[in-house]
Every structure is written in structure tokens, then in C-alpha cells.
Design a binder for this molecule. Structure first.
Ligand SMILES: [Zn+2]
Length: 366
């Protein structure tokens, strides 16, 4: 115990290899490509270029998201479990289709009851469903989320029109705007709701999402998170991620940087098995991780390591696996395993020791 405490007190200026949880990934079919487990295994099976290890990926089945060839909630989500086949690197979310069920969450609740140790959250894609995120058809699903302590990952999208250099305009999104998701989240204020892509990639769209997160915190109106998949994906400086961290560090309720999650949307886009522009998916993934970490280091100095630990691992671990935001009446498996069987205690202790040893082993001390 003494040694663990000693290691724990190690100052945060030590650079070490990290464990990562990717809070946003998919399997299944998307835009005419079928992604099998191999397309994600390629990221978890060996360390990234900087030595970091992707320990877990939070995953949902695109077969139930895509409006073409859609599988229903029961078929598609069960298919995800069979694709994952109990592989502990993956944490499944159940995709919900309130547009097709007319708001009836019975099938999803049955699925959760049948697989209580597997599904750790719900996934919604209002844009693909063409169902505005503030529709009452989501409410029964949010009640299920509350009842079973399930965070809800929402595809979030642009608040403002996006003008491209060639003069064309992408109009603001009609279904997945953060303000619409926030309206729903306020009706279920204790359910953790994650704004995937932080409102859509860059600039005023991402800042609109962050401003709503800060409003929800300052006024205690909802429990909003964001994942940073595709945010500033083509710049090294990551200006909107840095601004998001700064705004969340200084809310009226103090430091709320526990609300930001690293995610990639792999294996979509540049992370697909064929790569993009001659760059392999593994290289693209490593670069994504390194660029974000370097931007945080450049902006936050000695606070950077603690921030990176939170955004790349601890926040997702707390949210999806440890029930930090759970309904106090409920007991979650993560909490149970620490107090119940001896084996669980030993495993937990071994895991903790493993982390510290893993961190200690890396020698790039300066
Ligand atoms: Zn996605």
C-alpha cells in the first residue's frame, strides 16, 4: 500500500505511456462498407506510435444507424454482441430507433435486461433518423437510461450554416443540434448525455455546444458531456478543443473538465482499413492521439498530463464503467466488484497495481 501511495504522489511532469478509452467507435455497415471487428482490433492489438495503448473502445452498430439497410433494435444490437463475442476491449452501446418504434422503448429495455453486464449506454443518431432530438419520442428511452444508469451518446451536428471556400453552403442541421439535444437532456437532467463530435467539428459550431455544456453546469439544468471525435481534425493546434477545456475549467461550479471524452469515430473516414490519402489507419489514429495530446501540452503546461489522463481515459472510465454519475439508488457492477467476491477485489487490486507499474516502467523522466 505504501509503495502505491508513493507512486501515486509522483509529480505530473513525468511522461509515461498511457491507457486510452476511445469513447466513440462503430462496427457494421456505413456508406456501403461493412466494418468487421478486424477494423477496430487493428487499434487495440498493439501500442500506438507513441507507446499509448487503446485499452477499450465504446462501440455501437452502424447497421442500426444508417437509414439504408437498417436492422431493428433487437436484431442489430444482438448482432453487435455476437460480433464482439465477449471481447473485453469493447464496451457496447445499444442503438435506439425511436423514429421506427414511435417512441416505444420496450425492445431496448428487454435487451438491457437480457444483457445487463454488456450494454453500458444508449446511442442515438437524430440526423440519420430525421427525428429532431427534442422530440417527445425520445422520452421513454431516456427513462430507461435513468432507470438502468446508462449514459446516452447523441450524434450532435451543426448549429450554424457552414460556408465552404468554393462558395457552397451546408445548412445547419435540422435534427441533431446541441440546443435540441439540450432541451431533451433538461427533461432528464440526471441522465448523462454526450454531444458526439462536440456539435460539429470546429469554430462556432463546437463553441455553441461547449457554451450549452457550461450553461447546463452553471445552472444545474442537465448532465452534458462531449466527445471530441473529428473536432479540429485537420489542425495541429486544436483551437476549439483548447477553448473547450478552458471554458470547462472555469465554470461557476469549478473545474468540469471531467465532461470531455476522447473519441475517434473509428473505423470511419481516415480510420478505415484502406486508410485515406495513402496514410494507414494506424498512422492516422496515432497522429490524432499525438496531435491532441501535444496541443494540450502546449496550452496547459504542467496541468497537461492530468488533463490528458482525464480526457483520454479517466472520464470515460468513470462515466461508462464505474458509474460515477449513477442514480444513487442503483448499484452498478463496477462498484459491486470492489466489495463483493474476493476474486473481484484481487482483480481490482491487481488492475490498479498494473496501472501504476505500467506507468512506472516508462522511463522518459526528465
Ligand atoms: Zn459515429
Amino acid at each position: 500500500m505504501t509503495s502505491i501511495t508513493a507512486i501515486n504522489k509522483k509529480p505530473y511532469n513525468v511522461s509515461f505511456k498511457r491507457k486510452i478509452i476511445d469513447a466513440h467507435t462503430h462496427l457494421g455497415s456505413w456508406e456501403n462498407t461493412n466494418y468487421t471487428i478486424d477494423s477496430l482490433d487493428t487499434f487495440v492489438k498493439k501500442p500506438l506510435d507513441n507507446g499509448d495503448i487503446v485499452e477499450k473502445m465504446i462501440v455501437s452498430n452502424a447497421d442500426c444507424l444508417n437509414s439504408a439497410n437498417i436492422l431493428d433494435e433487437t436484431t442489430g444490437n444482438k448482432k453487435l454482441l455476437s460480433m464482439l463475442n465477449g471481447n473485453s476491449h469493447y464496451v457496447p452501446l445499444a442503438v435506439c430507433q425511436p423514429n421506427l418504434t414511435n417512441g416505444d422503448a420496450t425492445a431496448v429495455e428487454k435487451l438491457i435486461n437480457e444483457h445487463p453486464e454488456q450494454f453500458k449506454g444508449l446511442k442515438f443518431h437524430p440526423r440519420e433518423m430525421q427525428l429532431p432530438a427534442d422530440s417527445s419520442l425520445y422520452d421513454k428511452y431516456m427513462e430507461i437510461a435513468q432507470k438502468y444508469n446508462l449514459p446516452c451518446l447523441f450524434h450532435s451536428d451543426t448549429t450554424y450554416d457552414v460556408k465552404y471556400p468554393d462558395g457552397s453552403t451546408l445548412p445547419r442541421n435540422e435534427f441533431s443540434r446541441p440546443e435540441q439535444i439540450y432541451k431533451l437532456a433538461q427533461r432528464h437532467k440526471n441522465v448523462p448525455v454526450i454531444l458526439a463530435h462536440m456539435g460539429g467539428n470546429s469554430g462556432q459550431n463546437t463553441q455553441a455546444a461547449v457554451d450549452l455544456m457550461v450553461d447546463s453546469i452553471n445552472n444545474d439544468r442537465a448532465t452534458l458531456f462531449a466527445d471530441i471525435s473529428w473536432v479540429n481534425c485537420d489542425t495541429k493546434e486544436k483551437p476549439d478543443i483548447i477553448t473547450a477545456i478552458k471554458k470547462l475549467m472555469t465554470t461557476n461550479k469549478g473545474d468540469k473538465t471531467d465532461r470531455l471524452l476522447f473519441g475517434t469515430d473509428a473505423p470511419l473516414g481516415r480510420f478505415n482499413p484502406n486508410g485515406e490519402n495513402g496514410i494507414s489507419p494506424q498512422t492516422a489514429y496515432s497522429k490524432t492521439v499525438e496531435d491532441i495530446q501535444n496541443a494540450i501540452k502546449n496550452a496547459f503546461g504542467e496541468k497537461a498530463d492530468a488533463l490528458i489522463d482525464k480526457i483520454f481515459y479517466k472520464n470515460a472510465d468513470d462515466l461508462f464503467l464505474c458509474g460515477k454519475y449513477k442514480n444513487p439508488q442503483k448499484t452498478l457492477s463496477c462498484a459491486k466488484s470492489k466489495i463483493l467476491p474476493l476474486g473481484g477485489v484481487l482483480l481490482t487490486a491487481a488492475a490498479i497495481t498494473g496501472v501504476f507499474l505500467h506507468n512506472k516502467k516508462s522511463p522518459d523522466k526528465k
